[in-house]
Write a protein that binds this ligand. Structure first.
Ligand code: AQP
Length: 337
């Protein structure tokens, strides 16, 4: 890879990719491709912290690769691979488990949220999810991790784990791990549910009206935005959520992230407009943003061999990089290598 800084990020194939995943993460990845060595993975090992249907998981993993490429990730420029194809992720995660404290993990908001949502399956993997995520990032010596706001707490713990390991084993300098930074978009870092705008939009939400899937029919997208929960005040203003504006703020954020304008500018542009007309404008902007992505996605659906070949070569390249870091870690620990 070229002598540029490195980016690592990924999405779990735990549902159909949402507008939130796109605006909070993937859209940002595309613009970073020229300036950085980018590594983007399909995070299937993370997905099994919640029960998955095996056939659907397989299909969604390949769908995710198609979505990455359709959104503008160029496989000639960026390294794409499936997480479970590179054994070093699980191997380093085990090591890092021994350098992460129960107290730190029990403070993670995602663990608290998901254990409430899946009370019948609070498994150890759900608890140690951030450790696997730390391994994902640290294996590639990433400088920057572009994520949505919900993942920033996991970037913080990744930094703490890396610093802890470096300070124990690399007192003389020459740290084993690069300490990465998180990176969020200006707008769209936290797209909220259309049905409950105080909650994050999530691909695994049981209510399909809560999210826009990139694979929804355009008519369905429009209807979902038209029925998005707002307020009864009838004013398009960008004001604090707790003044009852969470729904309108969310639509302003979506519009801002899609158009590249600020929420304030859009609010002043649509001031005086009815909610119905504003929702129509947001829906049109979203559909126009996603239309070319959808066309490329459909085209890629005809190329299963190409996609599988990308996964094979991607895994080989990722394995080469990851194994180098793992070997350094094993050496520091005193494992015979
Ligand atoms: N609502 C969101 N707004 C902005 N960014 C978001 N991301 C997720 N939801 C939003 C970002 O998308 C990337 C991939 O997320 P993930 O698949 O690793 O898992 P997640 O954060 O748990 O996303 P979901 O959609 O909520 O998945 P489920 O329902 O399976 O838990 C990350 O960069 C994330 O910040």
């Amino acid at each position: 890879m070229e002598d540029k800084k490195t980016i690592f990020s990924g999405v779990q194939p735990s549902g159909n990719i949402t507008l939130g995943n796109y605006l909070g993460a993937i859209k940002n990845w595309v613009s970073l491709q020229e300036e950085y060595n980018c590594i983007y993975a399909m995070m299937d090992m993370h997905a099994i912290t919640v029960r998955q249907n095996p056939q659907e998981l397989r299909r969604r993993t390949l769908d995710l690769l198609k979505i990455y490429i359709a959104c503008g990730i160029d496989p000639e420029k960026s390294l794409l691979f499936v997480q479970s194809h590179v054994g070093a992720h699980a191997q380093l995660a085990w090591v890092l488990n021994c350098y992460t404290y129960m107290g730190e993990l029990s403070r993670m908001t995602q663990f608290k949220d998901k254990s409430t949502k899946h009370a019948d399956n609070i498994n150890a993997g759900l608890f140690t999810y951030p450790v696997l995520m730390a391994a994902d990032i640290l294996l590639y010596q990433a400088d920057l991790v572009p994520v949505g706001k919900d993942q920033m707490q996991h970037i913080e713990i990744t930094r703490d784990i890396a610093e802890r390991f470096n300070s124990i084993y690399c007192k003389e300098g020459n740290p084993v791990f690069k300490v990465p930074k998180g990176f969020m978009p200006k707008s769209g870092a936290k797209v909220m549910s259309l049905a409950e705008p105080t909650k994050k939009m999530s691909k695994s939400d049981e209510n399909p009206k809560a999210y826009i899937s990139l694979l929804d029919d355009f008519g369905v997208m429009v209807n979902k935005i038209k029925s998005a929960v707002t307020d009864s005040e009838g004013k398009i203003e960008y004001r604090p959520d707790d003044e009852g504006k969470a729904g309108i703020n969310n639509l302003l954020t979506i519009m801002a992230a899609v158009t590249g304008n600020t929420e304030e500018k859009i609010a002043s542009e649509y001031a005086g407009c009815g909610y119905g007309d504003f929702k129509k404008a947001v829906a049109e902007a979203v559909v126009e943003e996603l239309r070319p992505i959808r066309a490329r996605y459909d085209e890629l659906s005809k190329s299963k061999d190409y996609l599988e070949e990308l996964c094979r070569t991607g895994a080989e390249r990722a394995d080469y990089i990851a194994s180098k870091t793992l070997k350094k870690v094993y050496k520091k620990l005193g494992f015979l290598i």
